[in-house]
Design a protein around this ligand. Sequence first.
Ligand code: C5P
Length: 425
Amino acid sequence: MRKPFINKPFEEYILRGKNIIVGICGGIAAYKTPHLVRLLKKSGANVKVALTDAGARFVSELSLATVSQEQVYRSMFPPTDKAGMDFTRHISLGEWADALVIAPATANTLAKLASGLCDDMLTACFITLRPGKPVLIFPAMDGQMYLSPSVRRNIRTLAAQGAIIVNPESGDLASGQCGTGRMPEPESIVRDIEQAMLSSIERSMLHGKTIVVTAGPTREKIDDVRFISNYSSGKMGFAIARAAALRKAKVTLITGPVHLETPPGVERIDIESAIEMHAAAVNFFSSCDIFIGAAAVADYRPSVYYGGKMKKESGELQCTLVKNPDILADFGSRKTGSQLAIGFALEQENGLENAGKKLESKNLDLIALNFFDRKTSGFEVDTNILTLINREGEITELPQLNKDEAARKLLDMIEAIYRKTSIDT
Ligand code: C5P
């Protein structure tokens, strides 16, 4: 039943789906930044550029918008046609980002960052970046400027705040002199970002945790060629498994029939019916730290299974359905200590109320209410609109996100539960 454990290096995937801000200041090395943005995009990252006014003198906004496929952010103030609508623009980038990379960082911007000034989008997102998200700063300037006591002091201040300062390289400088001050090549910057993301994962609360995720549909056989099933593609469950493995959790993915590749570092168990999924899941009930039920388990199965192919007869065919085991509820009723049960609720009406009831009745710690319209959210599509509800009844509404991003938000919420429990106890 089990497929071999696939373990590709995490570095190859680490930037996939990550939100990265590239902050660009006014130094000659800015001419290398469209290439940096391209490399990050090629690694699967979503990139937004925050460009200072001085930076815009060295590299064109149009080039950066083209390679990032996003608008370029400069002023904290919205364009006049959006004035009065874009109230949270100054914090929007910082909230969105998984990492901030400032390359090249000039003496002027280093001074602003060190003193907490924020008068443009680049400096604003440094201040509004969420805790724990890596900041990488690549100072690049003339060698004498780099050695000046003011620059040294600002760099020390930023390093003490947790920023990763990557020293400039030595070589020919734009001033015609030879010395230290060159920005590293974009390829090397990308490697540093990968490394920083990996180390931030080392600090994840999910590191080393054992997580079981159920995914996909189940098939309930009528006979050897027919079954009852649903439209679940398994994408949400696979995205959760992938995101959890990237945080170095030990992930087992129990999945119904889907057309998806096993995420790297995830142990996959293929099953067909709800009964098989239940049997596979029960083996992990006592040992797992977190059980996430993302599968669309068929609620019913035919009471009788016909071996072979049922013959077509004239008239009606009666098929009695019997209830399948509720896998997640079974785990919820047996879980002990700090084990967490996480579920999904796909609802069309009275979503919050019904999801809240499910959270109670299945003894869950968190439930993700899944808006369902088959265009923007729910089965088969690549995006989801989730509302997360915890045991305290706190509600977090997420916007329409791709499933990788939605998975990360769900895991962030699980980490928050762990953090809260460790503070409470
Ligand atoms: O009750 P309902 O089917 O709406 O609950 C959905 C949640 O319960 C999902 O997390 C789903 O994976 C889980 N579930 C289960 N076994 C079932 C039915 C649902 O694990 N038989």
